[in-house]
Design a protein around this ligand. Sequence first.
Ligand SMILES: Cc1ncc(COP(=O)(O)O)c(C=O)c1O
Length: 514
Amino acid sequence: MRLIMVWRNIHLTAISYSHYFPPMKRTPSGIAPVIQLRKRTTNSLYRQVYEGYRKAIVEGNLRTGQRVPSTRVLAVELGISRMPVLNAYAQLLAEGYFESRVGSGTVVSRSLPERSANPQPTARSRGAGQERRRVSKRCSPLAGAQSFSTARGLGPFTVSQIAFDCFPLQVWNRLVTRHARGLQAKSLDYGDPMGLKELRDGIAEYLRIARGVRCDAGQIIIVSGSQQGLEITTRVLLDPKDHVWMEEPGYRFARSVFASAGCTVVPVPVDAEGLIVSAGAKKCGHARAVLVTPSHQYPLGVTMSASRRLQLLDWAENNGSWIIEDDYDSEYRYEGMPVTPLQGLDRHSRVVYIGTFSKVLFPSLRLGYVVVPEDLVEQFRAARFAVDIAPSTFPQAVLADFIREGHFARHIRRTRLVYGERRNTLIENLSEGFGASVEMMGAEAGMHLAVVLNGISDKEVSVRAATENLWLVPLSSFYLGKNVKQGFILGFGSTPVLQIPGAVRKLRALLRSH
Ligand SMILES: Cc1ncc(COP(=O)(O)O)c(C=O)c1O
């Protein structure tokens, strides 16, 4: 029998150890594993001997009842004093890996279950393999769901990517340093599940003044971005099997949240005025909730008209349904007046408003907020607690200062100009390069626009484009139903003006060759 004692040798972990360690040898007093002791390690000799045996037993290399060498023999073989071996054996005996009988020496404990060194699937595990490894029904659809796809990289057109070059890193770093230096013992405890009060105050003021959201700090819950905001909102408002309207085409990552809650998504078409409320009412009038992006529909970019907003609010009120408003990039509007969110028009507290700092600051910050109806604050607090107790305090404190000291407002003013310029350049270049052959949509706000290009396979083109460092998200991937438009979502947030003409030329050449 070849018994191989494998040692954790950090720099060799990827290599097959059997090439490095000779087989075990049978000594008169039992089976002696080859233990290669490492001298320059913080792991004591006793620990190395103990771990070597334990691993060999757990992995089935040493069988139950097998005799092991006496401490004296092993110490001689290893060239070490007897003390570490005695300690290791004592530990293995105490934990039940070894047993020792007077007159018969020490053996691997016979009360341990037999383990095979090379486990073969049994008939039972083969036959019922899938069933025994069953995961929840709610989780199953997620495995095939999209996360960031091939259409994401550091290059032109990447969607939801900010102007990295414009972020005031020096200011941010200064605030980070200030908070790191001022950290006190009391800062180490759990924070408020609702989030840091100073941050909620700053956000409430900003939302009231700049966005027309009706709220005070008590209604704001800090979350780790819109995605978690949606997860918590779903826990509070929806039950498995509830129907939820989603815009068609719509935000793909939101589908995963509803799917994992066991809800049924009902795709409701979008036109130039946003979600067609009458179509939703016809398809599934009793839906429990609707998720909408009225300021800048994702992905088409249209702004929901006043008439549709009022229709949607009326439907929700008449039906006892909830409106989940995802207002992810409304800081950036290049044409017309800022649009009042549904939350600001809502007279019956039917709207849950979700916002994020992923676009207006940076996505790795993982901070966002939910503005909840006053009578639901307690339920939201409890759901937020269940998800992850409380948000991390440190980045909240930094952000609270960033807002309070005016850096946030300044950054928005600055980036509005930067994105506006990038957006104008992209529109000009697309118009020059493609003329009437592309339909552009949704450029009046945000950090992306949509181009509709029927007659192509947008998925194929986007895969090829990625090889040329062009990051195109296929429009067709946002549809659930069959009536699918082909085209791309083009982000302009992270592409400097000077790079845009070249990127559009590349896109043209790619489409021509396609
Ligand atoms: C429609 C929509 N909502 C929300 C977000 C932001 O999500 P998060 O705040 O989780 O980063 C995005 C980002 O791309 C988005 O496209």
